[in-house]
Design a protein around this ligand. Structure first.
Ligand SMILES: Cc1cc2nc3c(=O)[nH]c(=O)nc-3n(C[C@H](O)[C@H](O)[C@H](O)COP(=O)(O)OP(=O)(O)OC[C@H]3O[C@@H](n4cnc5c(N)ncnc54)[C@H](O)[C@@H]3O)c2cc1C
Length: 352
C-alpha cells in the first residue's frame, strides 16, 4: 500500500490551492484527481477580484492565463435591464484553463498529481482507488467539490441544478457579466479567454422538471420570460450538468484528520460568483491549519464562521433573483441607485 503525509482528494481550485500551500512549506502532498483532462466542471467562469488576488498570491497570474477582463454587471429580468460597474476588475476564464494551470503549478511546487484516478471509498485516512490500489495517509483533504466520496460524505441536503455550455459570444458582451433572472433560477453569461461565451444556468429542480428535465426544453420555456438567454441557449448543442447543489450550506463538523475545502466546506449561491474565491481561501486556510498543527475539527468550525456572512447575504440575493416580482423591483431600484449592486457584491465576498 502506498503511504503519504497528506492526501488531497480532488484537484479543483480548492485542492490545488491547498497543495500549493503545503508544497511551498516543504510538505508536498499527493493529489488524486479523477479527470484525466481538465474541463467538464459546471461553473460560470467568473473570476472575482478576491479570487484574482488569491491566485496572484499563489503565483498564478490572470493576465498570463488570458482571462478576459470584466468590469461591468448587466442585470436583466422581466423585459428590463440595468447596468453598473463592478467594485473591481474581474475576469472570464474557463475552468479547463484555470484548473490546468493550478495543477501544473502544484506539480512544479513539488506535489504529486495522479490524474484520471478516482477515490472510490475512504475509511479513516485510507483511500481505496478505482484502479484497485490503496493509499494510507496521515491526514486527508477532501476537495471533491459537489461530489460525494463514500465514507467521507459531507452530509449536505439536496438543492439546485447547474447547467453549463459554451456558445458564440454575442457582440455586446465584452467586458460585461450578464445575469438573466427568471422564475426559479438565473443564467450567467460572460466571455472567456478563447473569445467564446460561457453560459451557466442555475435552476430549481421543479423548474427543470416542468421542462421534462431537458436543458433545451428549459431554454424553449424561457422564451417569453428571458428571451435573450433563451435564444442563445437554444443554439447550444451540449450541456454539462450537476444536481443537488446545496446553496447556503457550510460544514460545521468533520471527522478527525479529515480537512474539508471548497464546496466540501461551504457552498455559496453561484450568482455571487465567489465560489472559486472561497475554494482558494479554504484551500490556503487548510494548508495553514495543517502546517500549524490545528486539528481538522477546530479548523472547519473556524472556516464555517468566516463563510457565514457571505453565504447568508448570497442566499438573500438568490431568493430575490429567483422571484420575478422581487427581481423586477430590484432592477428598478438598482437603475436609480447603482452603488447598491456594488455593495451587495462586496457583502458576498470571503476575502483573500
Ligand atoms: C451553476 C454554477 C455556476 C458557478 N459559477 C461560478 C462562477 O462564475 N464563479 C465562481 O467563483 N464560482 C462559481 N461557481 C462555484 C464554483 O464552481 C465552485 O465553488 C468551485 O468549483 C469549488 O471548487 P472545488 O475545488 O471545491 O470543487 P470543484 O471545482 O468541483 O473540483 C472538484 C474536483 O474533484 C474531483 N473529484 C471529485 N470526486 C472525486 C473523486 N472521488 N476522486 C478524485 N477526484 C474527484 C473533480 O473531478 C474536480 O476536479 C458556480 C457553481 C455552479 C453550480
Amino acid at each position: 500500500m502506498r503511504r503519504t503525509d497528506t492526501l488531497i482528494i480532488g484537484g479543483g481550485p480548492a485542492g490545488a490551492a491547498a497543495a500549493i500551500g503545503l508544497a511551498h512549506a516543504g510538505r508536498a502532498p499527493l493529489i488524486v484527481e479523477r479527470r484525466a483532462l481538465p474541463g467538464g466542471i459546471v461553473c460560470g467562469g467568473f473570476l472575482g477580484w478576491d479570487a484574482i488576488a488569491s491566485l496572484r498570491r499563489l503565483g498564478v497570474d490572470r493576465v498570463a492565463l488570458g482571462a478576459a477582463p470584466i468590469t461591468r454587471l448587466r442585470l436583466i429580468a422581466g423585459g428590463r435591464s440595468t447596468e453598473t460597474w463592478l467594485p473591481a476588475e474581474a475576469g472570464g476564464l474557463s475552468r479547463a484553463r484555470l484548473d490546468d494551470a493550478m495543477l501544473a503549478l502544484a506539480e512544479r511546487t513539488g506535489a504529486i498529481v495522479l490524474r484520471g484516478v478516482t477515490v472510490r471509498r475512504v475509511t479513516g485516512t485510507r483511500a481505496d482507488l478505482g484502479n484497485g490500489e490503496a493509499i494510507e495517509a496521515s491526514r486527508l483533504i477532501v476537495a471533491t467539490g459537489k461530489h460525494a466520496v463514500r465514507g467521507a460524505e459531507r452530509g449536505a441536503p439536496g438543492g439546485s441544478i447547474g447547467l453549463r455550455t459554451t456558445i458564440a459570444a454575442p457582440p455586446d458582451l465584452a467586458g460585461t457579466i450578464e445575469l438573466h433572472l427568471f422564475r426559479g433560477g438565473y443564467a450567467g453569461l460572460l466571455v472567456q479567454e478563447d473569445g467564446q461565451a460561457n453560459l451557466c444556468v442555475s435552476v430549481r429542480p421543479g423548474r427543470l422538471r416542468e421542462a421534462g428535465g431537458q436543458p433545451a426544453a428549459l431554454m424553449a420555456d424561457l422564451a417569453r420570460e428571458a428571451p435573450a438567454i433563451a435564444e442563445l441557449g437554444m443554439a447550444a448543442t451540449a450541456w454539462d450538468a450537476i444536481a443537488a447543489i446545496p446553496y447556503g450550506w457550510r460544514a460545521r463538523t468533520t471527522a478527525p484528520l479529515t480537512y474539508r475545502v471548497g464546496d466540501q466546506a461551504a457552498v455559496i449561491a453561484s450568482l455571487a460568483g465567489d465560489g472559486i474565491a472561497i475554494a482558494l481561501a479554504s484551500g490556503r486556510a487548510a494548508a495553514d491549519a495543517i502546517l500549524s498543527g490545528d486539528p481538522a475539527e477546530a479548523h472547519i468550525a473556524r472556516f464555517a464562521g468566516r463563510a457565514a456572512g457571505p453565504l447568508r447575504h448570497a442566499e438573500i440575493i438568490r431568493r430575490i433573483a429567483e422571484s420575478p416580482a422581487a427581481a423586477a423591483a430590484t432592477i428598478r431600484v438598482i437603475d436609480r441607485l447603482p452603488w447598491l449592486a456594488r455593495q451587495a457584491a462586496r457583502l458576498t465576498r470571503i476575502g483573500h
